[in-house]
Design a protein around this ligand. Sequence first.
Ligand code: DQQ
Length: 543
Amino acid sequence: VPENQPYRTSYHFQPPQNWMNDPNGPMYYKGVYHLFYQHNPNAATFGDGIVWGHSVSYDLINWIHLNNAIEPSESYDIISCWSGSATILLDGKPIIMYTGIDHNRHQVQNLAMPKNLSDPFLREWVKHTHNPVITPTDEVAEVDNFRDPSTAWHGKDGKWRIIIGAQKGDEGRTILYQSEDFVNWKLDPIPFYATDNTGVCECPDFYPVSINGTNGVDTSVESLSVRHVAKVGYLRMAHDYYFVGKYLSDEERFIADAKFTGTCLDLRYDYGKFYASKSFFDYAKNRRILWGWVNESDSERDDIQKGWAGVQSIPRQVWLDNKSMNRLVQWPIEEVENLRSKNMSINGEKLVGGSILEVSGITASQADIEVLFELPELEDNAESLDLSGVDPQLLCSNAARSGIIGPFGLLALASKDLREHTAISFRVYKTSNKYVGLMCSDQSRSSLRSDLDKTTYGTFFDVDSNLRTISLRSLIDHSIIESFGEGGRVCISSRVYPSLATASDAHLYVFNNGTTSVIISKLNAWCIKEAEIGHLKNMSYKT
Ligand code: DQQ
């Protein structure tokens, strides 16, 4: 990796060099967290010869890089080892199922097991002699669109179930298989979950969420105190969508509360860059944790020059929103707070319309900020908006400039002269029957550099007219900004490549471009220390 790397992250996971995409097989096993990831060991670009990179951690923040866990070696995975998941079997042993791109470029499912269970890091993995254990059948999937097995869940009948992403015609599907021994799998010919006109479905995830509280539950839990979440990634849209609903295990069906519409009404984990995500149950802390791939927005040429591409999100704890019961809440895992150092705060300060205030005294390129805004009276001030046919992402491209209640929010990775900044903002509207907020992350002025993807992201959320507050948390790390609005009910991640606002030349501001005042009831901003992410021999880590 060349020197002078203003965009490399300090606490978001990256491999030492080269290409990374999907998180694979995350799990907790005997005191150690494992992260595998799609990795091209030979280039900063995607290509053939993809392997499973492997790193381990005691806290999901500091990471030890190990040798690749799974590499192409057999006819059934000779072109590439693509995404998959880990399952902890009933005897406590972990097993991985991954997609092999075989010598015909067909997608087949393979198993790998730890070679030595007494190695706490599970460094070596052996491929099962029965591989491939699942091959595509014409009736359900195209041979080159059949991939990404989920973590398995164990039914009351003693059988394991997995789902696999697929495409048939233009239908995106997840196909269910059952097995008693994890080796012999039986196809359920009726897709578990399917959507018309979406193209291939990638990296499906299926898990229960508790109906009360923030704790997670094991993937196999079926009871009256859980609802279920199905997540699918559509390559065509490059987004991860989730559906909350009811799992009818007897019929082996999932009934989602809402259908996929292809509009802004669909629920997404993240309205910015966040794809091929995967969750796992962390039984050490009884929580469900979600990882997602946050890809680059610079050019392939830039990636080759900097010698790497792709970062992972900060792992997020995920649970069911107990207000609505039909959507999820995501929050950066608590361990990230151990990296917080020097802090500054603002309490009860009025931000009049058109004003801007610097959040000074912290390292603005490597920071964690939490802010609670108090809104003015809504009835008289909120602008009217007819929601029909409005695309919040498009609205964010224009609405970020000026309004009545908002836009207000943060200017992150900003240059002193403000020519560069990424605005994470809110604006409040009145619709026929409620107040809605618009959350935006506007990258259009994030850099003086051209040749970058500066798409603006945005989403709507409901504003509680009794509370009259909006909260925001942003994690800033050189070239990534992960923002959590409304306590994690709406999330937007972006990648930015400022030319001026790098390292100590980056600044952070709070702004209000609306005409009414908002109050910063409290703001806390912290410098974030660098996480230890490296090879064991160079680390102070104890094994
Ligand atoms: N990435 C993997 C596939 C998956 C896609 C290949 C999603 O298994 O469908 O690297 O980003």
